[in-house]
Design a protein around this ligand. Sequence first.
Ligand code: IPE
Ligand code: IPE
Ligand code: MG
Length: 231
Amino acid sequence: MPRHVAVIMDGNGRWAKERGKPRIFGHRAGADALERVLLACRKFGVEILTVYAFSTENWIRPADEVSGLMRLLLRFLKSKEKVLHENETRLRVTGRIGDFPSEVQAELRRVMDATAHHARGQFVIALSYGGRAEIADAAKQIARDAAAGRLDPEAVDEAAVASRLYLPDIPDPDLVIRTSGEMRLSNFLLWEASYAELHFTPVLWPDFGEAGFKEALDEYARRNRRFGASQ
Ligand code: IPE
Ligand code: IPE
Ligand code: MG
């Protein structure tokens, strides 16, 4: 069983288009899929779930789609707090949370604080997240530490970078799932997913649920993770 599963929740817009509805309709159905997958993690014993909800690149989308996503996020946080408590799950955020409207930031902080004591599982939402931005932010911190004399440039190694990522205490994802048939990472967890197993499914995110998640877990169980070693 993977300890940490990360998901690129893709295909909401196509799902809505197939139904002749606006994209936000797909995003709303996507929020329901997210709850199903979170519950599947608790059921199957996956401790950490990270979901890619909004990338650093998604800011270029039309303003009405972006503001619709912000409203949906606010509603999701308010309505799903109960589910987090019931499942003893702690909410975390990875990404440049400061990019978000102050109301969204405040709600994220409130739910993170309210669930900080839960230890059964962690639910990480990637918001205004970009793998390159995260590595660049770590590099900036390394430069600051070196300039201040707190870090010897010769001592910079992989651990020095990893410890300056957004959530250094979260272990690397074991499995990355992407829905909607696209086979790319789209700037997700570039450092952390170095040795993750990848699972792609054509199912659009709003149609994804426990069965599709179980399929990904079963496939993961059949993989042979070598980490560079010989058979
Ligand atoms: C993923 O669905 C959700 C976000 C990126 C916010 P999309 O909105 O990318 O849906 P498609 O890929 O256009 O179908
Ligand atoms: C990746 O999906 C980002 C999220 C799921 C939040 P996109 O739909 O933005 O990715 P591309 O543009 O197809 O690569
Ligand atoms: Mg997409």
